[in-house]
Design a protein around this ligand. Sequence first.
Ligand code: GLY
Length: 374
Amino acid sequence: MWNAAIADALVKLRQNIVKHPGVLPHIIEGQRYEWGENNDWIEGFYIGMMWLAYEYGQDPFYKESAEAYLANFKDRLERHVALDHHDIGFLYSLSAVAQWRVTGSSEAKEVALQAADVLLERWRPQIGIIQAWGLEDDPENGGRIIIDCLLNLPLLFWAYEQTQNQKYYDVAMRHALASQKFLVRGDGSSYHTFYFDRANGNAIRGGTHQGHEDGSTWTRGQAWGIYGFALAYRYTKHEPFLETSKRLAKYFIEHMPEDNVVYWDFDVPVEAGTPRDSSASAITACGLLELLEWIAEEDSSRQGFEEALGRTMRALVENYATTDIPEAEGLLKHGSYHVRGDRAPDDYMIWGDYFYLEALVRLEKGIKGYWYVK
Ligand code: GLY
């Protein structure tokens, strides 16, 4: 059912690989990517797409293309290029862990374990969190968490499973528990970020970075929460994580607009031209697929999640995919990066492309992406 959309995605991925050898996509405005070095938080998504493409059709072109980047990711780690942030999970789960998973490469495994160690350096034991951005004494970001980090935790859970070193598990578990307690609100909505006092670990307040305003619900943050808590449940089997993921999903679904692809924030006044974030809907589709794996057949919430998944994926394929633009570099139109900061409010987002492809190949062939091990 989804194979025509996948075929189009694979053609576009191949076009990008052939046209831009050795470089990686960056987000800019103008319905295209800027191709450059490995120095942001997003480069892993492109490599992850190559692994999904390879697993889907077994075409060695995609495997060889992905493998050719491992040295680049290894070098980045060794030189610590722009790695003072938590997105080491996004970068290395989809490159090194994916390569290890698909090929069994011991070199890739080694790189992934080193990446997990770099992520561990962001653990702040006096607060019990992984600091999202900047150095420990950063006046704004020291002691700050963001909901996106839930997708970085699978790298630590993976490292635990490989090494049996309890530290990886404990840090990931404690960060997930803190995220659940401080980022998720009673009505199932979420804060993008939360601040703690660096000196004594006291909770200060919720806030936002990319959302509309401090108390609003940034749709992509909500999506990271849905998928992130479902994955945390996969690794820990801690039942409240599953319940939290379900609550976040219900809130997301209840606030979906008529065309089934969300605006960039659930609390932003909607008027003509309000930007969407198709990437938030693609991430949520993956989160719902993960959730559905863990929800019992007789659970009354299943039907609503299945139905929302279908509506979301049909809307993305029919109204947001670039199938009508053969030369497009991106797969999904109308993603947004940082609307309030006026950065790429309506463009292609490489993570939107990745999660769109992940959802498609999971639906079509049961290929699950690279956030999990078992
Ligand atoms: N993790 C950064 C973002 O979602 O924009």
